[in-house]
Design a protein around this ligand. Structure first.
Ligand code: SP5
Ligand code: ZN
Length: 351
């Protein structure tokens, strides 16, 4: 099964320039060099790379609220025309106040005049900064993911959206965790709407994809399964990603979370992926949220999976024999990022 890579160089326009972590600006790990490393590796591996097709803003509204989309689109310009870049001297969009749900006793939250407060309505953390080129890159990543889904609809068996920024932490109305729009959810919804068939998301990023879970929590049309570092052991996204979250209403039973202890290696990780493969057996299409931050040396997660483990993961998912869209999520060890992605794709394509 030949595999097509969809890539846009526009990702380099997204320069978060660090993240605000516990109030301190740190370097951050979601860097343009991640995209370059992946492109170099898939090119060296001989994969065909294509550009995304154009998309409309309406395409984004299939999984996101229009208020989030227009906030993200305008946030940097709004920030630039505020005082913040000069006083106190913050050049990236970052929230400073959040509407705690219990605070909102009125019929609906007012839209704050201050962009620093308005950002708090949409952001789930302070680590996901918006700069001048962020929207252009975010939109290009969405276009790559929708193009990958459209390649499957056109009869391809495998397509890989090699994107940044990642997407699986972004929900219908919120962004965070280095994610702005949910690329995997956009691809899943496209496949679901176009065919009426069931889609299964298999999320192997080291972190729970709380955004994808939220978007599809009440539907049985898109299954969501994830294997990830146990949020209860102190890891992002902290509040969700627990096994008891199994879906609601029509989506009851259509969500599966497998939480792993720090230090978990290949055997237990792959056993989890096999469970997700079994959970996905009734779907006609598979969307893989491919984070490779479960790797043992990754700076953002304490899981301890090998390169060979990533190859084996691809092979397990190939066992489903279903048309598959792969969407890049996290993975921050620049010395191994390309190798990990290529190992997974080789397992998926060739077994
Ligand atoms: C897509 C994805 O993998 N998002 C990961 C978001 C998790 N970010 C949590 C960051 C916590 C602070 N990291 C500081 C690391 C210092 N060693
Ligand atoms: Zn991750």
């Amino acid at each position: 099964m030949p595999l097509t890579v969809v890539y846009s160089p526009a990702h380099v326009r997204h320069l978060p320039d660090g993240e605000i972590w516990v109030g301190v600006r740190i370097a951050g790990t979601e860097l343009p060099s991640r995209g370059e490393a992946i492109l170099a590796a898939v090119t060296a591996a001989g994969h065909v790379v294509v550009a995304p097709h154009a998309i409309e803003d309406d395409d984004l509204l299939s999984v996101h609220d229009s208020a989030l989309v227009s906030f993200l689109q305008n946030a940097y310009a709004d920030w630039e025309s505020s005082d913040y870049p000069r006083d106190p001297g913050q050049d990236r969009v970052v929230p400073y106040a959040f509407p705690h749900p219990d605070m909102l006793v009125g019929p609906r939250p007012r839209n704050p005049a201050s962009v620093g407060a308005r950002t708090g309505l949409f952001a789930m953390d302070t680590m996901t900064l918006i700069g001048a080129g962020t929207w252009e890159a975010v939109r290009a990543a969405a276009a790559c993911s929708l193009t990958a889904a459209d390649l499957i609809l056109a009869g391809n068996e495998l397509a890989y959206a090699a994107v940044r920024p990642p997407g699986h932490h972004a929900g219908r109305t919120f962004y965070g965790g280095s994610c702005y729009l949910n690329n995997a959810a956009l691809a899943s919804q496209r496949l679901s709407e176009a065919t009426g068939e069931k889609v299964a998301v298999i999320d192997i990023d080291a972190h729970h994809g709380n955004g994808t879970q939220q978007i599809f929590y009440e539907t049985s049309r898109v299954l969501y399964g994830s294997v990830h570092i146990d949020p209860g052991s102190g890891y992002f996204p902290h509040w969700v990603g627990f096994p008891e979250e199994a879906g609601r209403g029509d989506g009851k039973g259509a969500n599966k979370n497998l939480a792993l202890a720090p230090g978990t290696g290949d055997a237990d990780w792959l056993a989890g992926i096999q469970k997700l493969v079994d959970f996905s057996a009734t779907a006609a299409f598979i969307v893989v949220s491919l984070g490779v931050d479960s790797f043992r040396d990754d700076p953002e997660s304490p899981l301890a999976v090998s390169v060979e483990g990533h190859h084996a993961a691809g092979k397990l998912i190939k066992g489903l024999g279903k048309p598959t869209v792969v969407v890049q999520e996290g993975g921050y060890d620049l010395d191994h990022l390309g190798e990990l992605v290529v190992a997974f794709l080789d397992g998926l394509e060739n077994g």
